[in-house]
Ligand binder design. Structure first.
Ligand SMILES: Cc1cc2nc3c(=O)[nH]c(=O)nc-3n(C[C@H](O)[C@H](O)[C@H](O)COP(=O)(O)OP(=O)(O)OC[C@H]3O[C@@H](n4cnc5c(N)ncnc54)[C@H](O)[C@@H]3O)c2cc1C
Length: 414
């Protein structure tokens, strides 16, 4: 082989995954410019105040809240990968609470309305949510039931042409600002006898799922309905820019038209919703990990100790090698699973694996980045500690690591 034919590694080349086209790249550029110019400068301030509602309006105006949503409701009609692009680019705001609040709108509350809602519900709530004029939240978790979704106690009882809802929901993102909530209730407490572990946020509720998953119904409830009480603004470790609410429902009367989807099938509906939420969350984790990695790499090239850049110590260099390998592995899992999702499969096992692995490595990476920064990593001004606090939620929210492991284990018939 002549010397000229020897291939040399090109570490600087642009790495585009095959799922993305030039159009996705253009979209990525425009979201990136918006995030860096209009959102990131406020990250510090929003840690104290939570992010303002105008962000929804502005993102709606730019079309970013409906990238993969139908044009009939004001969306852009793009493919699923456009939603991944948004989740990834939001990481550049350095404001986990903001990314979460937006994701609740676009990838958690809106999909069930579009998938199971009536035309009237879609026009009333999905269209303004895509435009950024209505803010949505989703209420699954209760003070006494989180992982164990089948154990929820919020009841909706039929009374003539109406339903009367009583119960409470906790940790609800956007709960203080939302105009409407996608609410998980129990309408038939006698349907099946909930077995706690099979009723967990398991994603097992396919057509073959056993009876314990019957008797749940989703409602789409305007938050100004009498009896809906925004009880408390909850304080938390990270994600400070988001608002997190404890909500009470005291004799909330809604018409039968507030039922979202099929009566008694709410558990299946919410398990379907959780799959999309987890995959988008996994993409956000990978992007968050990459972002904190990049910032730390820069730091390791500039910070010196013992007469050299700290990144030149083998101990530190190997930390970067470990982190980069984990991030790349997680990214490949997310993209491959997204490709299957996009092509009509319902790969619950792989979505669960991607969610579990991405959340874990994101927290590991952020932790290692604090270590590489030394004392600076512990200081607020570098934002690395915030990335760790924000990313830490991902091992709990949308299904804990333990529940993810159980879903994967059960998928092998165990
Ligand atoms: C900041 C934040 C925002 C959130 N936003 C929302 C939201 O918008 N809407 C919403 O509905 N929820 C939201 N959540 C709730 C979140 O999804 C739940 O916290 C999560 O599902 C875990 O439920 P839990 O907190 O009740 O924990 P628990 O279910 O009480 O679990 C406690 C521990 O027990 C373990 N455990 C439980 N069951 C099992 C089992 N079968 N096997 C092994 N281990 C088990 C868990 O893994 C965990 O380690 C949010 C939470 C937070 C912290």
């Amino acid at each position: 082989m002549a010397t000229a034919d020897v291939l040399k590694p090109d570490f600087a080349s642009q790495r585009k995954h095959f799922i993305f086209t030039d159009e996705h790249d253009q979209l990525r550029d425009s979201i990136h410019r918006f995030v860096v110019k209009e959102l990131a400068p406020h990250a510090e301030e929003w840690e104290e105040t939570t992010f303002p509602d105008w962000v929804f309006g502005r993102m709606g105006e730019l079309g970013f809240l409906g990238l993969d949503k139908p044009e009939a409701y004001g969306g852009q009609g793009g493919d699923y990968y456009t939603a991944l692009v948004l989740a990834e680019e939001m990481a550049h705001a350095h404001c986990g609470g903001l990314a979460m609040g937006i994701a609740v709108q676009t990838d958690m509350a809106m999909p069930p309305i579009l998938a199971f809602g009536t035309e009237e519900q879609r026009q009333q709530w999905a269209a303004p949510a895509i435009a950024g004029k209505a803010i949505l939240c989703i209420g699954i978790t209760e003070p006494d039931a989180g992982s164990d979704v089948a154990g929820i106690k919020t009841r909706a009882v039929k009374d003539g042409d109406e339903y009367v809802i009583n119960g409470s929901k906790t940790y609800i993102t956007n709960g203080h600002r939302a105009h409407a909530i996608v609410l998980v209730t129990k309408t038939d407490p006698d349907a099946g006898s909930p077995d706690e572990s099979s009723g967990a946020q398991s994603g097992h509720a396919g057509p073959q799922a056993p009876a314990p998953h019957e008797g749940f119904t989703l409602f789409l409830v305007p938050m100004d309905t009498p009896g809906v009480i925004r009880e408390k603004r909850l304080r938390k470790l990270g994600m400070h820019a988001s608002d997190t609410a404890l909500l009470a429902f005291n004799d909330v009367r809604v018409p039968a038209s507030a039922v979202l989807g099929q009566i008694g099938k709410g558990f299946y509906h919410i398990m379907w919703e959780l799959q999309g939420e987890r995959l988008i969350g996994a993409a956000g984790c990978v992007a968050g990990a990459q972002n904190v990695f990049d910032r730390t790499l820069q730091y390791a090239k500039e910070r010196t100790a013992f007469g050299r850049a700290i990144g030149r110590f083998q101990a530190i260099r190997h930390k970067f090698a470990e982190m980069a390998t984990k991030i790349e592995t997680a990214r490949q899992m997310v993209y491959t699973t997204a490709w299957r999702f996009h092509n009509g499969e319902y790969p619950v096992r792989e979505i669960t694996m991607a969610k579990l692995y991405s959340a874990r490595i994101a927290v590991e990476v952020a932790d290692e980045c604090i270590q590489i920064h030394g004392g600076a990593g512990y200081m607020k001004e570098y934002g690395i500690e915030r990335a760790w606090r924000d990313l830490r939620l991902n091992r709990i929210g949308a299904g804990t690591d333990e529940i993810m492991l159980d879903v994967i284990g059960r998928s092998y018939g165990l």
